[in-house]
Design a protein around this ligand. Structure first.
Ligand code: NDP
Length: 294
């Protein structure tokens, strides 16, 4: 079986696909690669990878095929012309997209006699090939188990979430909504700091300490939220609204962009208007769950 042959195909050679193919080469795998822009394979070929002349040949070379493409639309663009070569393949799709698109792609693959394992890689290219890095997987358990040692080359930790092919994409997106908004919060903080003559290096310890305080809040509120409790005993949304207005005004006074803090104020205001002023600011979650109508 493929897990014993130490041989894989990697389709898609952006920074991630290149790092993945490189990790397999480092581990002594036979690696077949294909990329729309062939020149991106040059460095890998110099290290011993085989550049397939076409997608069909890349698919034919191995049972296990790693896909690292921008999104699922790119996957269809690449694989549809070679769909006849899909039968019997295990497509490990490490391209990010929505859970629904991952589910539809799994059905599409099955229609061509292939199996999809969905993956959500939680590290940048520099984390590929490292034992401490992690990837979410979902799809058929038996297929995941059979190929697990090969998948552990990409990231040492393989976090299998279940049979539903959308689950890995869902876990990935849950992380990404936090990542993007947190990083935007950091950019906003730096814009405010720099407008006041404070460089990023000076803010770093304070920013780090603030970020490190968050897991404590996550744990405290997770317990209450799972119990359906939003009582305002330690914080109240009305207090929160005053606080985020101070944030908005501080940024406005500094002359920096206020789109992000204004959106935060708007959310808090909606919560107060919905009658949650005396509840914890975790009650905003109820608003968010209802698509903003709560
Ligand atoms: P890139 O977008 O840089 O690479 C995309 C790859 O997709 C390239 O090989 C590109 O080919 C190919 N591609 C895109 N559109 C098409 C198309 N229409 N037809 C054929 N090929 C196409 O992505 P990354 O390598 O950075 O990431 C790959 C995946 O991993 C993405 O889904 C990303 O969200 C995810 N990811 C990335 C992380 C990161 O830090 N980079 C972290 C975690 C996940 P070509 O070379 O010809 O342009």
């Amino acid at each position: 079986m493929a897990a014993d042959r130490r041989s894989v195909t990697v389709i898609g050679l952006g920074p991630m696909g290149q790092a993945m193919a490189g990790a397999y080469l480092d581990q002594g795998y036979e690696v077949t690669v294909w990329n729309r822009t062939a020149a991106r394979a040059d460095a890998l070929v110099a290290r011993g990878a085989t550049l397939a002349p076409g997608v069909a040949e890349a698919l034919a070379a191995n049972e296990l095929v790693i896909l690292s493409l921008t999104d699922y639309a790119a996957m269809y663009a690449v694989l549809e012309p070679a769909a006849a070569a899909l039968a019997g393949r295990v497509l490990v799709n490490l391209s990010s997209d929505t859970p629904e698109k991952a589910r539809a792609a799994a059905r599409w693959a099955a229609g061509h006699g292939a199996v999809q394992l969905t993956g959500g890689v939680t590290v940048p290219p520099s984390g590929i090939g490292r034992p401490e890095s992690a990837t979410f997987y979902s799809g058929p358990r038996a297929v995941f188990d059979a190929h697990r040692p090969v998948l552990e080359v990409v990231t040492g930790r393989t976090d299998y979430r279940g049979e539903d092919p959308g689950l890995a994409a869902l876990y990935y997106q849950i992380g990404m909504v936090m990542f993007w908004t947190s990083m935007l919060g950091y950019w906003q903080a730096l814009a405010l700091a720099e407008a006041n003559g404070l460089p990023a290096s000076e803010i770093l310890p304070h920013a780090t300490e603030t970020a490190q305080s968050l897991p404590g809040f996550f744990a405290f509120y997770a317990e209450r939220i799972d119990a359906g409790r939003h009582q305002g005993d330690v914080d109240r949304l009305a207090m929160g609204l005053a606080s985020v207005e101070h944030v908005l005004h501080t940024n406005a006074d500094a002359g920096v962009d206020t789109a992000l803090p204004a959106t935060v104020v708007e959310l808090f205001r909606r919560g107060v208007q919905a009658g949650h002023g005396g509840d914890s600011f975790s009650s905003l979650l109820e608003l968010m769950k209802k698509g903003g109508e709560g």
